[in-house]
Design a protein around this ligand. Structure first.
Ligand code: MLT
Length: 325
C-alpha cells in the first residue's frame, strides 16, 4: 500500500474526527469549580443555578468544591483546566476582583486567563453574632470591639473571601482591631458562630437568613444600601456606624481563556433563559438575592465588571492598607 494512500487516509481520518465526532456542545457532563467548602452561600447559589442551566443544555453540571486560600486555589485550578467548555469557574468579587490587590504572588490573572460567560445576581451580607454575645446592637458591638482589641473573633471563608474582605473593611473603618479566623468556607465558619466558638461573621443572606430565622444567631447589621424586607428590624451599617458603607458579593461563571465561543454562547443563552423563569428568580429574591437588569447578566458585562473591580480593589487596598499577605 503506497504512501499516497496513507497521506490521504490520515487526512480523511482527521476530517472525520473533525466532523463526525465533533458533537455539538455539550456532549458530556460539565464541571463547575466552586472554590469553597460545600454548604456555604457560593456553593448553594451555584448549585441552584447549575440545576436549572443543566436542564437547558441537556447535560449534568457537576459541582467540584476545590476550597482554600480564600478561593484562589479553585480559581488557579480553573485557569489551568482544558479550554474545551467542560470546566468552568464559579467566580466572585474576592478571588476574581480583590485578589490581585491582596496577593503578591497570584498564579492566575482574573482578566487575561479567563473568558467571562455570564453573571449571577448579587448577594448582600449580614453581620451576625453568637446568640450569647453581650452586644445587643451594632453600636454596642463596635464599643465592645474598641474596648477589647483583638479579643473579638470574626470567622470567615479565608483570606480574600468576601466574608473576610467585608470584615476587614468593617473593622478598619470602625477603628477596631479584631481577630479574623479563616475557614475553608462560610459554611464551616457559620457553624462555629452557631456553636459559640467564635463571636461572629459576615455571611451572605442566602445561607444566613435560615439561621437567623431559627434564632441560632443574632443579626446586628446588613451591608446593603437599604434595609432588607426579610430583616426589617436589622439596620444597615450605613445608617448606623459606617455612613456610605455598602457591599454585596458579585458572582459570575468564567471559562479558561481560549474556550470555543460556541460553548460560551450556548451556556450564556441557557442562563439568560433560566433567568426569565419568574418562580426561580422569586425564590432567589426571597433569600434577599438582588436581581440585576438583564443586560448585566451577559459575559460581556461580567468582563467589564472584572476589569473595573480589579482596579477598584487596588484603590481600596491602597487607601485602607488592608494588605492580607
Ligand atoms: C465568601 O465569604 O467569599 C464566600 O461566601 C464563602 C463561601 O461561599 O463559602
Amino acid at each position: 500500500m503506497n504512501s499516497r494512500f496513507f497521506k490521504h487516509g490520515a487526512a480523511v481520518l482527521a476530517l472525520l474526527a473533525g466532523t463526525a465526532w465533533a458533537q455539538p456542545f455539550p456532549a458530556r457532563p460539565i464541571t463547575w469549580i466552586v472554590p469553597f467548602a460545600a454548604g456555604g452561600p457560593t456553593d448553594a447559589l451555584a448549585r441552584s443555578i447549575a440545576d436549572k442551566v443543566s436542564r437547558e443544555v441537556g447535560q449534568p453540571i457537576i459541582i467540584d468544591n476545590s476550597a482554600g486560600a480564600g478561593g484562589t486555589i479553585g480559581a488557579a485550578k480553573a485557569a489551568r483546566a482544558p479550554a474545551d467548555g467542560y470546566t468552568m469557574l464559579v467566580g466572585h468579587m474576592g478571588y476574581m476582583g480583590a485578589a490581585p490587590a491582596l496577593y503578591k504572588k497570584l498564579s492566575y490573572d482574573p482578566v487575561n486567563d479567563f473568558a467571562p460567560v455570564f453573571r449571577f445576581p448579587d448577594t448582600p451580607l449580614v453581620l451576625m453574632v453568637r446568640k450569647e454575645h453581650p452586644a445587643k446592637d451594632i453600636k454596642a458591638l463596635v464599643e465592645f470591639g474598641k474596648a477589647n482589641p483583638e479579643k473579638m473573633f470574626i470567622s470567615n471563608a479565608g483570606v480574600g473571601s468576601t466574608s473576610h474582605l467585608i470584615a476587614a473593611l468593617f473593622a478598619n473603618s470602625a477603628g477596631m482591631k479584631v481577630s479574623l479566623v479563616p475557614y475553608k468556607g462560610a459554611g464551616p465558619a457559620l457553624i462555629d458562630v452557631i456553636g459559640g466558638q467564635v463571636d461572629g461573621m459576615f455571611d451572605q443572606t442566602n445561607t444566613a437568613l435560615p439561621q437567623i430565622n431559627e434564632g441560632k444567631v443574632k443579626a446586628l447589621a446588613v451591608t446593603s444600601k437599604v434595609r432588607l424586607p426579610q430583616l426589617k428590624d436589622v439596620p444597615t451599617l450605613a445608617e448606623t456606624v459606617l455612613p456610605g458603607f455598602e457591599a454585596s458579593t458579585w458572582y459570575g461563571i468564567y471559562a479558561p481563556k481560549g474556550t470555543p465561543q460556541a460553548a460560551l454562547d450556548k451556556m450564556q443563552a441557557a442562563y439568560l433563559k433560566v433567568m426569565t423563569d419568574k418562580a426561580f428568580t422569586d425564590k432567589m429574591a426571597e433569600q434577599a438575592i438582588q436581581m440585576l437588569p438583564r443586560e448585566d447578566y451577559t459575559g460581556a458585562a461580567l468582563g467589564k465588571l472584572t476589569v473595573s473591580e480589579v482596579a477598584r480593589w487596588k484603590a481600596v487596598a491602597a487607601k485602607t492598607n488592608i494588605s492580607l499577605d
